[in-house]
Write a protein that binds this ligand. Sequence first.
Ligand code: ADP
Ligand code: ASP
Ligand code: MG
Length: 413
Amino acid sequence: MPSKNKIMALIVQKYGGTSVGTTERIGNIADRIVATKKLGDDVVVVVSAMSGETNRLIALAKEISRQSSPREMDVLLSTGEQVTIALLAMALNARDCPAISYTGSQVHILTDSAHSKARIKEIDGSRIHRDLSLGRVVVVAGFQGMDDNGNITTLGRGGSDTSAVALAAALKANECQIYTDVDGVYTTDPRVEPRARRLERITFEEMLEMASLGSKVLQIRAVEFAGKYNVPLRVLSSFTEGKGTLITYEEDGVEAARISGIAFNRDEAKLTVLGVPDHPGAAYQILGPIGEANIEVDMIIQNVGRDGTTDFTFTVHRNDVEQAVRVLNGVASELGAREVNSDDSIVKLSLVGVGMRSHAGIAGSMFKILADEGINIKMISTSEIKISVVVDEKYLELGVRALHDGFELEKTA
Ligand code: ADP
Ligand code: ASP
Ligand code: MG
């Protein structure tokens, strides 16, 4: 075997929709990849569909039928990424940088059969390693895979992040770089709070919480995967130079900031069953059928019973509201509950930080900041490293900015 003098790194780079939104941008990315390659590193690139393309395809399907088969939806949606891999490989080849594009199935990204939210089970990196050893840049379609029966699957919205991390883990890459339209992970979405500050680092645990609570800068599963397989993960800008944000394990000895960030989620709706007879098993009788209908429940509260009845409130994804109300109407009449209400003009605001473990009183400060702005809290839930509240959606910007200001997140900890 020929020996190599230079220790080469293997880098997986992922470029999101905005970053490949036009052919000009694809050209710019090709220039960046050529520059990385010239440093002597091996590069595997994962790309999303051009921005807006996945939504356009979903809209086309809706014009055909209100409810299309999940299998055919995945055949349709996976085409977005197939366009960008080919265009990027062409752009690289045009720059005398040998490149080859592959769909998910061509590099054996094996998933389960849960169309539109498939999980990656296995990746065979041999074909990619062979191309790399021939000096090629390998361009892989994000967001897609193949199940055991050869059906095309997709990984859920934002799933190209997960493709990149899974490939990085399978190929034992030195780093997985997620290039997007912001230059890192911020204390909150910079589009809502322009004073948000870029974080140099954030722990996997906090990033997972931020992603789960609505920060769509990284797909939840990508963070889970990176944490589990110890993939060094960095979020960077496709448009500017910089170090971005490193997602990392918690470091001992460094006092963690009380709050790392504020996440928000506009996708939830609140459902209330009023006048539920207050007896053992009522919660189960309400949530059992919701679970059976495959509807995920997030926050739950039950009021203190009065006059032998209680009110039961919980949140679900907005897409599931109609179905949940149908289920609840059936349950309410069986239970003898008075009424079912739904409210989809709500938003969930959350504070996240591993430092909360060792700092008391954060919830109180949070509630005071919101009260001072006249923002009414409809629901509360807490865990070791987060506090979430549900408020009226008209208070989203005000709430995020007031909390950002109140906890002085614009300042370095
Ligand atoms: P891509 O198409 O590259 O995958 P996304 O739109 O999925 O990009 O993710 C980037 C967006 O995430 C940013 O434009 C920003 O508005 C949003 N975002 C939400 N929360 C944060 C946060 N805490 N830090 C940075 N960006 C955030
Ligand atoms: N194109 C897919 C989406 O829009 C996957 C991705 O961009 O990560 O959700
Ligand atoms: Mg994304």
